[in-house]
Design a protein around this ligand. Structure first.
Ligand SMILES: [Zn+2]
Length: 161
């Protein structure tokens, strides 16, 4: 008895659920963006039967009728995108390699080579007063950078967030 009632209720709510799911998607010419609740990094969140799922994993389930065993990665590198043909199943390793290939991991690698922190670059911008005598030289000495490096920071060509 209990089971029957559940099944019926479930069927109705599934239909509504799927409708509500697609109401939270904005289709653009390229990506289909999740406009509902998002996690950090922009991944969509879906709550289904009291469990939370990533929207891009859930759309996989809706499309293929099963949850992916592996990670679902984005070909388009756009976390809120849930367009099934922009997604592929991969391992964690694939995901990292994919990220490196697309430059998503570059931030970490570049900052390793950086001489300054973003905060220091910001300091330089604040300290520098154009045409003030010695301003540039002082910064060169203080931070151990070349004139060119400082000029690039001031022009915001480097150390931009
Ligand atoms: Zn996409």
């Amino acid at each position: 008895m209990e089971r029957q009632r559940n099944n019926k209720g479930q069927y109705a709510s599934d239909k509504n659920f799927i409708e509500r799911f697609w109401n939270k998607v904005k289709k653009t010419n390229t990506c289909w963006l999740w406009i509902g609740k998002r996690r950090i990094y922009g991944y969509g969140v879906v709550k289904y039967k009291n469990k939370e799922y990533s929207a891009h994993r859930f759309v996989w389930f809706l499309t293929y009728g099963k949850f992916p065993k592996k990670l679902v990665c984005h070909k388009c590198d756009n976390p809120p995108c849930i367009r099934p043909d922009h997604l592929f199943e991969g391992t964690h390793k694939d995901n990292i390699q994919d990220a490196i290939k697309k430059g998503r991991m570059l931030v970490g690698r570049v900052s390793h080579r950086r001489k300054l922190t973003f905060q220091q670059a910001e300091e330089i911008r604040k300290k520098y007063i154009p045409k003030q005598y010695g301003g540039m030289q002082k910064l060169i000495k203080e931070y151990g950078l070349s004139k060119r490096s400082i000029a690039l920071i001031l022009k915001r060509e480097t150390y931009k967030k």
